[in-house]
Design a protein around this ligand. Sequence first.
Ligand code: FAD
Length: 393
Amino acid sequence: VFPPSASDYYQFDDLLTLEERAVRIKVREVMEKEVAPIMTEHWEKAEFPFHVIPKIATMGVAGGNIKGYGCPGLSITGNAIATAEVARVDASCSTFILVHSSLAMLTIALCGSEAQKQEYLPYLAQFHKVACWGLTEPDNGSDASSLMTTATKVEGGWLLDGQKRWIGNSTFADLLVIFARNTKTNQINGFLVKKDVPGLTVTKIENKIGLRIVQNGDIVFKKVFIPDEDRLPGVNSFQDTSKVLAVSRVMVAWQPIGITMGVYDMCHRYLKERKQFGAPLAAFQINQEKLVRMLGNIQAMLLVGWRLCKLYESGKMTPGQASLGKAWITLRARETVSLGRELLGGNGILSDFLIAKAFCDLEPIYTYEGTYDINCLVTGREITGIASFKPAA
Ligand code: FAD
C-alpha cells in the first residue's frame, strides 16, 4: 500500500510477521490520512483534538498485547510497531494512546479482578472512555516508590488523600488508575477512580514545550471515597507496578524510533528538493554525513528495539535490559532529531515542517518512564550488583 520509508534502510520490515506488517500498514494509513493534517494546529494551541478519537479507535490498537476482553492481543513487537507508526506522525498522539493502553489498561489487565477486567477493558479498547495512570507526585518523581498519597481503610471502601503531578490525559479521563500508600500496611495499593467523584480536582499543566497536545494534569485528592470493589487486588506493593512498567518501558522506547523515522523521511525529501549554491542541499558532503549519521542511528535503534521485544516475548527480558533500551534509544534519538533540525536550516525551527515539533516532543520522552539517568542506574545496578540511586551517607 505504501512505498517503503527511506528510513527503513536495512529492510527491517523483513523481520516482521505478516500480522505485524498489517498492523503497521493500517496504523500508517489512519495516521497519515486522518491525524497528520490536524496535529500541528492543535500542537500550537496545546489543545487535544477530541473529534479525532473515533478515528484513532479505528486503528484497533488500544489494549495492545492484552488478550480477550475486546482487546487486540497483538504481539509485543506488533504493539511496538504500532507505537512507532503513530509516533512517526505525531508523538503526542502516541503518548495519549500509551498512557491509556500500555499503562492504564495494562494495569487493569495484570492487576485487576475478573469483574474489573470485564467491566472496563472492552469499552476502553473501543476508546468509548479514556483512562489515565497516576504514579508521579509533586515531591516524588524519580523516587516514585516514596509516594505519599495515602489510602485509608474505612467502612465499605477507602479514602484517598494527596496529590499527583504530570498525569497524562487526566484533565478529561473518565477513569483514573491511581497508586497510593496503604496507611495500615505502608505498602502501595492501586485504585480505579471515576471522573467527577467528590474531593477530586484536576488542573491542566500549562506552557509545556513538548507533547503539547497531551493534557497533563496536577491532581488533588481530598478524602476521595473509593468503594472496595474499585481497589485493584493485584497491587500490593510497589514491585507490582514493575510488571506494567516492563511492557510500557519497551513501548516508550519505540516512540523515539518512530519520531526519528518521520524526521529522517522528511529530511531526505527536503534535501533533495531545496537548492542552494545552484545544487540540491543533498549534494553537499556535510549534509550527506548528517543524513547518514541519522540513518545509522535509526538502523541501530530499530534493531535494539526489536531485540528488546523478542527478549520480552521469550520471557527473558530483564529490567536492566529494558532500561538500557529506553535510555540508549532516547539518547540516540536526541542526536538524530538535532541533526534533522540543523538540516532544515530556518525551517527546522518552524512547527509547520514536523521536525521542530519532533525535536521538542522528544524532550519529555527523554524524561518520562524513568529519566535517562534513572534508567542508566537501573542497568548499572544490574551489571555491577551495586545500587547507586541514593548518595553515599
Ligand atoms: P526529578 O526526579 O526531580 O529529577 C530531576 C533530575 O535529577 C533528572 O535529570 C533526574 O534524572 C535526576 N535524578 C533524580 N534522581 C537521581 C538519582 N538518584 N541519580 C541521578 N540523577 C537523578 N507520571 C505519571 O505517573 N503518569 C503520567 O502519565 C506521566 N506523564 C508524564 C508526561 C510528561 C510530559 C512528563 C514531563 C512527565 C510525566 N510523568 C508522568 C512523570 C515522569 O515520569 C517524571 O517527570 C519523571 O519520572 C521524572 O521525575 P521528575 O520530573 O520529578 O524529575
